[in-house]
Design a protein around this ligand. Sequence first.
Ligand code: DGL
Length: 266
Amino acid sequence: MSNNAPIGVFDSGIGGLTVVKELIELMPGEEYIYFGDTARMPYGPRPAEQILEFMHQILQFFAEKQVKMAVVACNTMTALGIDMARQHYPFPLVGVNAGVDLALSVSPGKNFGVIATQATIASGKHAKVALEKDKEVSVYSQACPKLVPLIENEQIEGSQIESAVAEYLLPMKQAGVESIILGCTHYPFVSSVIEKIVGRDIVLVNPARETAMDAYRILQEQNCLSTKGQGKVRLCFSADVEQAKKMAGYMLDTRQVDFELVNLQK
Ligand code: DGL
């Protein structure tokens, strides 16, 4: 693994940019290539085999780019495919941190919620990780299928997103959760809407920072951090690059960023 090879980061769409933001903040000297599969998002409602097939296509793309690491900035692909993918690729794979330690640290009554895609909730991953850490924990899991398409279409404020958030989150608030894990990388785009609906007494847990820290730790352990002072960022999408560029502007300073249309289905 060469120090100055790029880091690949990917998601079904723009959601993984919430992780890219943290990666750049933590490791500004790295070169990043991002792939967002905007042509085929959302992944959450798709069958597991199809999600795995798409994940392999993306990892093949990164293998061709000779990345030194791939960050799976998607909870859905992390939950369904990371263990299997690790056996097939020569570079380390970092998945989205489950956020359970963080949630437990801000939930003294051990009562927290998780919102995510249908596939992630069906995998039961967060509840499993939580119960392995503490048998007394109580996890309220909720799939939120309306959120990703709204966010991708820039509906990040206003009545439509507010009513979808209320529909999914008010029952969880009534159940008394102390914190909520944003278990889909798209959701930090609407954290202020979520906060408005559930109130500030419930802590929102965004695992993006932890995920970036996990990546940093592995590169450091393997002596593979970049030796350059300033890195670069290229964001690739499989459709709607102009729309993706607009959304990227909510998360990143895009002035020095390159954008590219990439079609994986050759
Ligand atoms: N952002 C993704 C996640 O964290 C998936 C969104 C989707 O395509 O359904 O799960």
